[in-house]
Design a protein around this ligand. Structure first.
Ligand SMILES: C[S@@+](CC[C@H](N)C(=O)[O-])C[C@H]1O[C@@H](n2cnc3c(N)ncnc32)[C@H](O)[C@@H]1O
Length: 244
């Protein structure tokens, strides 16, 4: 069983609509990242594409999109989408498509699902290998500040139909862990409790920047997704970097 398998039915609602409206994010990615830094781009590799919600918006806008994800159930959901193009089941830390792209995109803090620094380094190497000359890599992280804050927060509750989803985060040694509880309504006052654990990790921004340079990327911009200017209290930071 892969990350998000049990949470899959609620995933798009919680992640994509409540936490981060899709239109806003796609607009940001299109206008402020791709048009700004690689306006000639035509091809996108979306790594950790999930259920294809971002990819389909890029296809509608005329881009050719290839999607890669490690979770076959996420991809099955993506396959149902009439906007689907090329979907590939593969690990983002070790893949070879024998093809290069104008943009490699890895968004919604998907990189944070890689728990070790070595995996982050491997992903940067994979992205570099799959980019055209002057191609750009766009990815975002949940910062350590954000994870630390969430661990201090109360649980978050969401209601879907007759079901309730409860999200809590705990700090473990060397990583963070979401505990997802789904109270699935059966009948009357009868609920079934389904739990799923999702592990995530993050690293200091300065460490990431240093590594990107070592991996032959030029940093074009780093942006606090909510407030623009990156600070010690940024929660979600986008990196836009160019293959050099
Ligand atoms: C938070 S979701 C983001 C999905 C999509 N990018 C979006 O914006 O809706 C994280 C995704 O990363 C995928 N993932 C986690 N580890 C991965 C890995 N090692 N290789 C490829 N995909 C991975 C999960 O299966 C999941 O679909």
């Amino acid at each position: 069983m892969k990350t998000y398998d049990k949470f899959l039915d609620y995933y798009e609602e919680v992640v994509r609509w409540i936490n981060s409206p899709l239109e806003d994010e796609v607009e940001f990615l299109k206008e402020d990242c791709i048009m700004e830094y690689n306006s000639e781009a035509k091809t996108i590799l979306e790594v950790a594409c999930g259920t294809w919600s971002v990819a389909k918006e890029f296809i509608k806008a005329g881009y050719e999109v290839t999607g890669l994800d490690i979770n076959e159930n996420m991809l099955k959901k993506a396959e149902k989408n009439i906007w689907k193009q090329n979907l590939i089941l593969w690990d983002m830390t070790n893949f070879d498509l024998w093809k290069t792209f104008d943009v490699v995109l890895c968004n919604y803090n998907s990189i944070c699902h890689l728990l070790t620094w070595k995996e982050w380094q491997d992903f940067f190497a994979m992205a570099h290998k799959h980019l055209n000359k002057n191609g750009i890599l766009i990815f975002d992280i949940n910062t350590l500040f954000e994870f630390e804050s969430i661990t201090r927060d109360f649980a978050q509750f969401y209601t879907f139909w007759d079901d309730v989803v409860c999200l809590e985060m705990f700090k473990k040694t060397g990583y963070f862990e979401w505990l997802i509880k789904i109270f699935s309504h059966k009948s009357g006052s009868d609920f079934e409790l389904i739990t799923e654990v999702v592990k995530e990790n993050s690293f200091p921004i300065s460490k990431i920047e240093k590594e990107l340079k070592i991996a032959w990327f030029k940093i074009l911009e780093k942006v606090d997704y909510h407030y623009g200017q990156v600070s010690a209290e940024s929660e979600r930071v986008y990196f836009i970097v160019k293959k050099s």
